[in-house]
Design a protein around this ligand. Sequence first.
Ligand SMILES: [Zn+2]
Ligand SMILES: [Zn+2]
Length: 420
Amino acid sequence: MNAPDKAFSLDPRIAEGADRLEPKVVAWRRDFHQNPELGNRETRTARIVADHLRKLGFDEVREQVATTGVVGTLKGGRPGPVVALRADMDALPVTEQVDVPFASKVRSQWNGQDCGVMHACGHDAHTSILMGVAELLAGMRAEIPGTVRFIFQPAEETPPIGEVGGAKVMVEQGCLQGPKVDAIFGLHITSVLGTGQVGYRSGPLMASADDFRVFIRGSQTHAAMPWRGIDPIVVGAQIVLGLQTVVSRHMNITKEPSIVTVGVFQGGVRHNIIPDEVKLEGTIRSFDEGQRSELHEHVKRISEMMAQAGGASARVHIHRWYDVTVNDPGLTEWSAPTLRHIAGDANVNVVDKVCGSEDFSFYQKAVPGFFFFVGCTHPDRDLATAAPNHSPRFHVDEACLKHGMKLLSALALDWLAANA
Ligand SMILES: [Zn+2]
Ligand SMILES: [Zn+2]
């Protein structure tokens, strides 16, 4: 990587381009917001993206990557390396409660349940920002030393049950190949930062996310004759408490934090029946791959052994979802001056780790990557009470769109210039 005293050669063009394109980006974002699509169903969004990239004269536009993903390649007029920029396109099963003229009225099905659909995580903003960056960079392609790969991925929030999708499948289907990507950048808008603010962190930034299910098998009997059976509800309650000791008694918390939460406890149909089986479901979060494996072992052992102690049995299923989102330290150190140059020193700060997760981690496993946060809460609003991402009241200050466009464009251009 390069020294922090780098040049910011093209930034007047970035500022001019971002000003010029802002109304278009706002219009795209409102259109996507009003027409949100769930994971692996982003066909309308993908078509708009692909048409846009083709109209800009991209060298290659691949569609239907990982079901609905779009991968565009823009070759600059001068030789150089390949940098990738990523946006996610999917919305969430959330019924919108924001009072804007372009609020979503869309309804759909999520895992068999009727639901509203809303861009409650801001992926509408990410997609339109990256479309804006595509137009901005296409307009100066003759001067670009290298190639820019634009990755528009589906299903970041995970696809419906029974489907695969998102970044992992995008990588498997070659979105970082042909020509091979050397570094990747991505952003996420967030309600916890004010518009104009940027948050970043070197190393582990967002947690790994795995879910677990525990099926506790007892023996059904009359609730008034518990000695005739084995009560999986009491055993389940003991397991829930036992799982509280995983982090507090077994993990080295001075290394990294971690979380084990039980979110579902299901069993029984009547007050006077002890059921045969109870189901627990929960999530495991960590910031270190070694600790992640340890957590899995403890969850499994405690569940099985406590069930055995109660005369019951437990089957434990753990599904690995997303890896830890780890910012490459060298690339992070290199990126920070560009962020400060665009946003201003006072507006760029190191943030705490986030226990949410991101499938941007799958790109970072393949190539050095840098993921950062862009504030989207209007400065007049209180950050502490602004509705968070995933809330039906999540509200985006659209000034963040131009800001995001400048930051991503600058990172791509500076990185290519520095590594050409
Ligand atoms: Zn989200
Ligand atoms: Zn998101």
